[in-house]
Ligand binder design. Structure first.
Ligand SMILES: Nc1nc2c(ncn2[C@@H]2O[C@H](COP(=O)(O)OP(=O)(O)OP(=O)(O)O)[C@@H](O)[C@H]2O)c(=O)[nH]1
Length: 815
């Protein structure tokens, strides 16, 4: 254990929490031994004047700094400076110091004053009893070996602080800012507050002098409460923002859910506005920039809302917090806009009246009148996407058995960041003709422009602007290719640790995994410590049992067979320890960038030692997973596509069961109904789909159906149940105890908490070896109870991953 790092394994007694005396770690012991010898050597003949304990306490205090230790021992024990006669009752020179400390006199013999910072600041004097209640190492950890007086203690305590030695002339004196008068709610206790308040007061005074009593009264209402009224806030915004005032107004309108095109209810009270002065440059702000909002519309403060509830205005805003799809919800007032002549038309008509361009104006007028009825009809136009489409009532299982049934499989591409996953898949798609050379050339040119030319093949899959700019995959990218024997769906996962949830989502849809490893010098080793291991563990935990390992970038190590063998040996040992069977692991040497051994045998002569299958051949060798065809339908929604004015589509993989056009689906946990309008399997239109296939479904939704990625589509007759508590048989990757966790099941992420650990289980037999452990060690299999914040669709057999603080802490099977 390092002195400064907490190591759970060393610090915690997992079962009993025994409080043991802190002992030096072997590392510390070695350092202490070496330090003692060095100090003795440095002190030479003077070394006999100090004991080992004194040396070691000083070493501990100075973090094994031999020079500081020697200096201390010399001044303290070997050649101490002559003491000045003690001064009478010294006055503490820091006002933070408690007076009790100020009365401490220097002890006759130097003692170790045990004192921690809290004690020093709170005013408890150091005591011998306190010292004796601590173990030797605890005592020395907080001790000040030099301290003989209060000044010494302070100097010693803040000795290493960079601000500790400021020359007197540079010491700043902090004067507390003057207290502004103000009310409890930030109101103006006195109008001597902000500059804006002063301006408002001056303006009001001027207005009172020049205007009639009535209008002056109104102006005062507008401006006298700058801190609570939205009116003045709006003015403050406009005055400070100057030209941005208009923008603020527009965004406020949008935030309130008001359509700027739609006529607003006219203000009942339109108060006279005075031009505001721009505080930043003293110029006058144009009148139009000042927001004329009357006081009666001011929203309640947080405090007032707490006392009296939401104001009607807030309630209205809440109501409007949904957005209609374009074209389906046009307000009549918006349509009115097109049923009347536009300002241009008015001008044209006037010109026509004057005898000019009469024909053109008439034409325009005709157009305008024609738009009116059409626009009126728009209001009535509504796409009916709630009806149930006709079904062919097929026997899907026998259709599946009859079909020529080219094998279909999906694989998730995982591995440490920058292992070359996306590049390899881009190259594979290019070599198989799925992507044209022309497209890849264009991508290369674009990538060159931003200095990322080496990523151009990765851009075939990484299509987001952010992914391209950063050179990292962020979300799962899917693509498809077909060989003579099978149809494959690629799920290219991000390697970066920040995007592990997306990797988990990909793994949950895969039949097998393609683990990509960078063979480069040092890269393999750092990947092993990073996401190579984590991804492999997650794959296994998500129920993936077969993995193809592509040892990539072999061009960077001259296609070294030794390097390939070294990596293969290490990885196969790790994978078998993780639970993959040796027969389900295959290794392929490749260079994704150059396309060596992806589709074609390697062209590099240095690779002549390899005569095994190419990557594609190895992918084809993967045995398909057994399909749960006859189980109740379960499809986890991967993505949702909503086309404005058209229907909703969802993509995902059928985990179990089958479906066909016209089927009714239940969306859980929302509980709404959806009807299958169309089915697409492997990018082709189809009438049906079965477990194991990746599909896109066109849906008609019953009104008010809530649907999110991660929801489950199921058969209403055999629905999946929703729960907020479940038991998981989990393999712990980190220490587990009652704690907050993020629960991941496919695309579903939910906040939860480990409520209890009910048992530790034998890894092989599953038998209970210990009941109710207080903590679960990493590497242990345990039964844990998870409580979620809300009910989600869950059932036995689902794979669940628990994460905490950005780390995967456990994964397992729902019981
Ligand atoms: N020399 C060489 N470089 C490669 C090879 N494969 C990939 N690279 C380079 O490695 C870098 C990272 O490649 P990516 O394909 O983005 O890696 P990745 O694993 O998809 O990265 P993330 O998805 O962000 O984890 C790029 O500069 C590639 O050009 C290869 O076989 N040989």
């Amino acid at each position: 254990m390092s002195r400064h790092r907490m190591d759970y394994n060393d610090e915690l007694d997992y079962d009993e929490y025994d409080e043991e005396e802190e002992e030096l770690s072997p590392e510390d012991q070695a350092q202490m031994k070496q330090g003692t010898a060095d100090v003795r050597a440095a002190l030479s003949i003077q070394a006999s004047k100090v004991t080992d304990t004194q040396i070691q306490e000083a070493l501990w205090h100075y973090f094994y700094d031999v020079d500081k230790t020697v200096a201390y021992l010399v001044t303290k024990f070997i050649d101490p400076p002559k003491k000045a006669p003690p001064k009478a009752a010294e006055k503490p020179n820091s006002k933070f110091l408690p007076t009790r400390l100020g009365t401490l006199s220097a002890p006759a013999n130097p003692i170790i004053c045990v004192l921690d910072l809290e004690e020093l600041l709170l005013g408890h004097p150091p005591t011998q009893e306190h010292s004796s209640s601590l173990t030797p190492w605890q005592a020395t950890r907080f001790s000040f070996p030099l301290a003989t007086s209060q000044d010494d203690i302070i100097k010693e305590l803040f000795r290493d602080m960079p601000w500790g030695n400021i020359p007197q002339h540079r010491v700043a004196i902090l004067t507390p800012p003057p207290r502004r008068p103000g009310g409890l709610l930030g109101g103006s206790g006195a109008l001597k507050g902000s500059k804006l308040q002063q301006l408002a007061a001056a303006r009001r005074k001027k207005a009172e002098e020049s205007n009639a009593q009535g209008s002056a009264e109104q102006t005062r209402t507008e401006t006298s409460m700058p801190s609570t009224s939205e009116t003045s806030q709006g003015k403050e915004n406009t005055s400070l923002a100057g030209a941005f005032g208009k923008r603020l107004k527009i965004s406020e309108t949008v935030a309130e859910g008001r359509n700027p095109l739609v006529q607003q209810e006219p203000n009942r009270q339109e108060p006279a506005q005075q031009p505001l002065e721009d505080i930043t440059n003293g110029r006058q702000v144009p009148e139009e920039a000042a927001a004329p909002v009357s006081l009666e519309k001011a929203p309640a403060s947080g405090f007032a809302s707490t006392l009296f509830g939401d104001s009607p205005r807030t309630a209205k805003r809440k109501q409007l917090e949904f957005f209609a799809l374009p074209y389906t919800d046009i307000a009549p007032t918006a349509i009115d806009v097109f049923s009347k002549p536009s300002p241009d038309d008015v001008v044209l008509a006037a010109q026509a009246k004057a005898g000019k361009k009469a024909a053109a104006a008439n034409q325009k007028q005709k157009n305008a009148s024609a738009v009116g009825p059409v626009a009126g009809k728009l209001n009535e136009l509504k796409i009916d996407d709630t009806s149930k489409p006709a079904s062919k009532n097929l026997d899907v299982i026998s259709e599946f058995n009859k079909s020529d049934n080219k094998r279909a499989a999906s694989f998730v591409v995982v591995g440490h960041v920058d292992a070359g996953k996306s590049t390899m898949m881009g190259r594979l798609l290019l070599d198989l003709g799925v992507v044209s050379k022309h497209t890849v050339d264009r991508l290369r040119q674009e990538a060159e422009k931003i200095g990322k030319s080496s990523f151009h093949l990765a851009w075939v899959l990484d299509q987001r602007t952010e992914e391209r700019a950063r050179g990292v995959t962020i979300d799962i990218a899917t693509n498809r290719f077909e060989t003579d024997k099978a149809i494959f769906t690629i799920l290219d996962a991000p390697g970066h640790r920040d995007f592990i949830p997306n990797m988990i989502a990909g793994a949950s849809q895969a039949d097998f995994g393609l683990l990509v490893i960078d063979a480069g010098t040092g890269a393999f080793e750092s990947g092993l410590k990073g996401q190579t291991k984590e991804h492999a563990l997650l794959l296994r935990s998500m129920g993936v049992s077969r993995v193809v390992v592509a040892i990539n970038k072999l061009d960077t190590v001259g296609w070294s067979q030794e390097r390939f063998d070294e990596i293969r040996n290490q990885i196969s040992g790790f994978l078998t320890a993780t639970g993959f069977q040796a027969k389900n692991i295959a290794f392929v040497p490749v260079s994704g960038l150059h396309g060596d051994n992806l589709v074609k045998k390697p062209s590099d002569a240095a690779a002549s030692w390899y005569s095994g299958p190419t990557l594609v051949e190895e992918l084809e060798n993967s045995e398909p997973e057994a399909r749960a065809l006859t189980k109740p339908l379960r499809m986890s929604i991967g993505e949702i596509f909503r086309t404005p004015g058209a229907s909703t589509s969802v993509s995902g993989r059928l985990d179990a069961g089958s479906l066909q056009t016209g089927d009714t689906l239940l969306v859980q946990p929302g509980g709404g109904e959806a009807f299958i309008k169309s089915v697409e399997v492997n990018g082709e239109p189809a009438d049906w789909a079965v477990a194991g296939q990746s599909v896109v479904l066109g849906l008609n939704l019953a009104d008010q159906v809530e649907m999110r990625a991660g929801d489950i589509l199921c058969d209403p007759a055999q629905p999946i149940q929703c729960h907020d508590t479940f038991t998981l048989k989990a393999l712990a990757f980190d220490v587990l105890m009652p704690m907050q966790v993020d629960v991941h099941r496919g695309r579903l992420h939910a906040e939860g908490r480990i409520e209890a650990m009910t048992a530790i289980l034998d890894k092989m037999t599953g038998a209970v070896t210990k009941k109710k452990p207080r903590v679960v060690k990493p590497g242990t299999v345990a039964r844990v109870v998870i409580k979620l914040g809300a009910k989600v669709p869950l059932e036995a057999g689902q794979r669940v991953v628990l994460r905490s603080g950005g780390e995967t802490v456990a994964a397992g099977l729902l019981e």
